[in-house]
Design a protein around this ligand. Structure first.
Ligand SMILES: [Zn+2]
Length: 189
């Protein structure tokens, strides 16, 4: 027994070890120490943050969602729940999509025990979970059928009790909030 999510995929032979790689359905995954990603995130370099965010967002839309066979048109709630379970069960922390408003293309997500934020290197001055931001921007862009951005407003690395993320169309983020503007790329959300 690992956790209910992976147990189900193992039981149905949809989680496989083949050629020294793991596959969840057809999605390649790896069990990896979190320390290298935590170190990269703690550098707090704007270009690196943006690369982590945008590459995760694009990979989520183009690779992860199709290979996990998520279909938001016919199974909106189930697909979001499966993605939430996938991240939580893969060790990214306890993900809760607490509020989802498809008509406005808004969402609020909390994460307890983010492995990137739990033991930050140094003394971060800004939120560190750019990879999680990318996952949320990607999955909700697909789910809502329009491009949205994601900003981390609270982060455990800064002493907050959990991490909190806001998803909405990029032009709706306040231009006068430095924390939001620092996290969003200038041209694309
Ligand atoms: Zn965080």
């Amino acid at each position: 027994m690992l956790n209910p999510f992976y147990d189900k995929f193992i039981f149905t032979s949809n989680f496989k070890y083949r050629g020294s790689n793991f596959f969840l359905l057809d999605l390649p995954v790896a069990i990896s120490p979190t320390a290298p990603l935590a170190r990269i995130s703690a550098m707090d370099n704007k270009a690196i943050n943006e690369a982590l965010y945008l590459s995760t967002k694009d990979a989520t839309m183009e690779d992860v969602i199709p290979l996990l066979k998520l279909d938001f048109k016919s199974r909106f709630n189930n697909s979001l729940k499966l993605f939430e379970n996938f991240l939580s069960s893969s060790g990214w922390g306890e993900i809760s999509m607490v509020d989802v408003y498809p008509r406005k293309a808004h969402a609020i997500i909390t994460v307890k025990n983010s492995p990137i934020a739990s033991k930050p290197k140094g003394n971060p001055k800004n939120p560190v979970d750019h990879i999680l931001r990318g996952y949320f921007a990607g999955v909700f862009s697909k789910a809502f059928g329009r491009d949205v951005g994601c900003v981390e407003l609270k982060c455990a690395a800064l002493g907050d009790s959990c991490c909190e993320f806001i998803v909405k169309p990029a032009p709706e983020f306040s231009r006068d909030k430095p924390r939001s503007m620092r996290q969003l790329p200038k041209k694309t959300p």
